[in-house]
Design a binder for this molecule. Structure first.
Ligand SMILES: Cc1ncc(COP(=O)(O)O)c(C=O)c1O
Length: 447
């Protein structure tokens, strides 16, 4: 990539917005157009290390697994593969992305929702060794796939601890699409699946998995889950001779979007105490798996957009950005508040000053950005850039073409401070083609 002195500043530190880097943001805007996403490798490493050290008190081996669903950009997958992290993968297509980006199938924890026979055949043939099942049908399909391919995957059972979760996205309900209940009269309980696995030579039992939700605001949900699991393990020991090799506690570590949330250290400390108790009680030195999509990727990325219109509605200023929920879905779906800053930032501005309303470019009233107290929006004039921070998780992967809008470019800044184009901006011609444009002239008859 062409070198620019603007871009060779602060090479050894994470990207922080300051007078010098503000010029870099404008320079990059000229190179790739706005909006664009900017991913910072330093933040990926820093958050991995924070999460890992949060569980350092665990009396055993801790494995961190990156949940690809949060952001499957090949540069991110390549970076995390390079540092030997594990991966939570949910579909054969995600596995394709990972393997093409340099990932190792032996580092994969495959947790599917669909759990199909052909799906399992595909991922086992590509070298995946650990699979989490969530239903009896899924387990039977895995056994058949393993038998056919003459493989013996390690299987984990996804349980639903049915606990109350305070989180932006909850995954543990009384009746849930995810996991099986710990007990009950149905043929699909954790104990029943465990017995099938124990009695089958095509799979070997590995452990249990649960995932409570995303952006967990109150970590006591984990404590409730550990307490239920503990009682379950005791009971299961009486009925089968299983050996617990791993416990996977899913994702959920929250991100500070400007509103206080528990830190990884606080959650880790609480969880480690409970999990160490489990080790003492079971006498088994199992591996702890902590999954994370949001915490590992969100803070690495900003969305750089431009103010393209502005007006006063009576006395209230409204600014319009050239982005919207088609590039940041959670502003509409979850009313997510992201910290925002006009570039150049006026640090002398009074934070009590009334801030403008921030509208997206879509013709939809849901397309408004909530403005939090930490956002700096003074001198928000047409032509200036607005940076939206902490958008690395669950945003790029949800890009959509509403209003025939193209996918923006993604730029990746590596740890040496060098910038790379990590995704080309889509052209409107490409989009037209993808949406079937040329089929108008080259008909494909299906009858
Ligand atoms: C099984 C599983 N693990 C991990 C995650 C990642 O959650 P988060 O991004 O909140 O860490 C998810 C998210 O949906 C999930 O379904």
């Amino acid at each position: 990539m062409e070198r620019s002195s603007l871009l060779y500043y602060e090479q050894k530190t994470a990207f922080t917005i300051n007078a010098y880097n503000e010029q870099a943001l404008y320079y990059l805007a000229e190179r790739v157009g706005t909006p664009y996403y900017l991913i910072d490798e330093r933040a990926l490493r820093a958050n991995y290390e924070k999460l890992k050290s949060a569980y350092s008190g665990f009396n055993g081996r801790t494995v961190i697994a990156y949940s690809i669903k949060a952001n499957f950009n090949p540069y991110i997958l390549n970076f995390y593969s390079g540092i030997g992290i594990n991966f939570d993968v949910t579909s054969p297509e995600e596995l394709y992305f990972l393997l093409k980006s340099g990932g190792n199938p032996e580092k994969v924890i495959y947790t599917s929702v669909t759990e199909g026979l052909n799906e399992y055949k595909e991922i086992l043939s590509k070298g995946v060794k650990r699979v989490i099942v969530s239903s009896l049908n899924g387990l039977n399909n895995l056994i058949s796939a393993a038998h056919e391919l003459n493989k013996v995957p390690e299987v984990g059972v996804r349980i639903n601890p049915e606990v109350q979760v305070k989180a932006e996205v909850k995954s543990s309900f009384k009746i849930s699409k995810f996991g099986v209940p710990l007990s009950g009269s149905s043929s699909e309980t954790a104990i029943k699946l465990l017995k099938i696995i124990e009695g089958n030579n095509n799979v070997v039992f590995g452990g249990f998995h649960f995932h409570l939700g995303s952006q967990i605001e109150d970590p006591s949900a984990y404590v409730q889950a550990f307490d239920k699991l503990r009682a379950f393990l005791k009971k299961a020991k009486k009925e089968t001779d299983y050996e617990l090799k791993f416990l996977d506690i899913g994702g959920g570590t929250p991100v500070n979007y400007g509103i206080k949330v528990p830190t990884p250290e606080e959650i880790g400390m609480q969880n480690v105490d409970k999990i160490n108790e489990l080790i003492n009680e079971t006498g088994k030195q199992f591996e702890l798996v902590v999954e994370s999509g949001r915490f590992l990727s969100a803070e690495s990325t900003m969305l750089v957009s431009k103010i393209v219109n502005s007006k006063f509605y009576n006395s209230r200023k409204i600014i319009y950005l050239d982005t919207g929920y088609h590039q940041l879905l959670d502003i509409a779906l979850l009313q997510q508040i992201y910290p925002m800053e006009v570039i150049p930032t006026d640090d002398t501005a009074n934070s009590q000053d009334e801030k403008p309303l921030v509208a997206g470019r879509l013709c939809d009233s849901m397309d408004m950005f909530q403005v939090g107290p930490e956002s700096k929006l003074s001198d928000a004039d047409i032509g200036k850039l607005v940076v939206i921070k902490n958008v690395g998780a669950y945003s790029i992967v949800f890009n959509m073409p509403f209003h025939s809008q193209v996918k923006p470019a993604v730029i990746y800044r590596d740890e040496d401070g060098e910038y790379f184009l990590a995704r080309k901006k889509q052209t409107v011609e490409d989009l037209y083609e993808e949406e079937g444009g040329s089929l108008l002239n080259n008909e494909v008859r299906l009858t």
